[in-house]
Write a protein that binds this ligand. Structure first.
Ligand code: UTP
Length: 227
């Protein structure tokens, strides 16, 4: 069976107001398609991670410490999806790639959050994609693809249906900073998918019909990153 890695942004899973029905609908969709692919899901930290990172920074914490705070939140968010998925999912967030691989031997779905300071869960999903030989990586995020400029700020921004690996690396390198940056894909993650040639699909995580199509390798609304 094909391995597919899905990176779900924390702000998709746990938005400003908690949204039980979205998590349930997402879980139902994943449970329906688990017969078609082995699913490895990497969950982000979202606004709760950003809240703690900001608070800790104001209190004088260093950036690596704040990254560990962010990682803790990704694992908390992971537990919410695990709860919704029930027995089909490995019952704790895997804390390493080895643990995720071992867990996948007897679970249809494996969830993990962050791993180490210095990157985001996008990079984790890219590394996991390499480790499990994923046929594709899905980035379920808060925009419906890669745009010529930030669509939340620029009304003339155009969505790009396809983007090459070098082009994605170039776009992602334009924005770098400390813990908690907000970019379409982590620059390290972009470099990893480029070196391994993992087809990556950027899709709006709240559009479940499009997300399902993206996961299953069908035509979908979003951006495909490939050679
Ligand atoms: P996210 O992956 O959610 O980062 O991890 P993000 O891109 O800021 O969030 P979204 O996609 O916009 O919602 C949250 C934070 O946790 C730390 C980083 O500080 C990151 O910004 N983190 C996460 C790590 O240091 N290492 C990891 O492996 C994962």
């Amino acid at each position: 069976m094909d391995n597919v890695v899905i990176s779900i942004g924390g702000s998709i899973l746990v938005p400003d107001d908690h949204d039980t029905s979205y998590i349930k609908e997402l879980a139902d969709m994943l449970l329906r398609i688990k017969k078609d692919a082995k699913l490895f899901i990497v969950v982000g930290g979202g606004r709760i991670a950003r809240y703690y990172i900001r608070l800790g920074r104001d209190l004088g914490a260093d950036e690596s410490y704040l990254d560990d705070v962010g990682i803790a939140v990704t694992r908390l968010n992971s537990r919410m999806l695990i709860t919704a998925l029930g027995d089909s999912a490995y019952h704790v967030p895997a804390e390493s790639f080895d643990e995720a691989i071992m867990a996948s031997k007897n679970h249809d779905i494996v969830i993990m959050g962050g791993t180490h300071p210095g990157h985001t869960t996008d990079a984790v999903s890219a590394m996991l994609g390499e480790r499990v030989g994923a046929v594709r990586l899905i980035n379920a995020t808060s925009v419906d693809g890669v745009y010529t400029s930030d669509p939340k700020k620029d009304p003339d921004a155009k969505r790009l249906p396809t983007v090459s690996f070098p082009e994605l690396v170039r776009i992602c390198l334009q924005v770098e900073g400390g813990a908690g940056p907000n970019v379409v894909f982590d620059p390290l993650g972009a470099k990893i998918i480029a070196r391994s040639g993992i087809e990556t699909r950027i899709v709006h995580g709240r559009e479940l019909v499009e997300l399902e199509k993206a996961i299953l390798g069908k035509d979908f609304h979003g951006t495909i990153v490939s050679e």
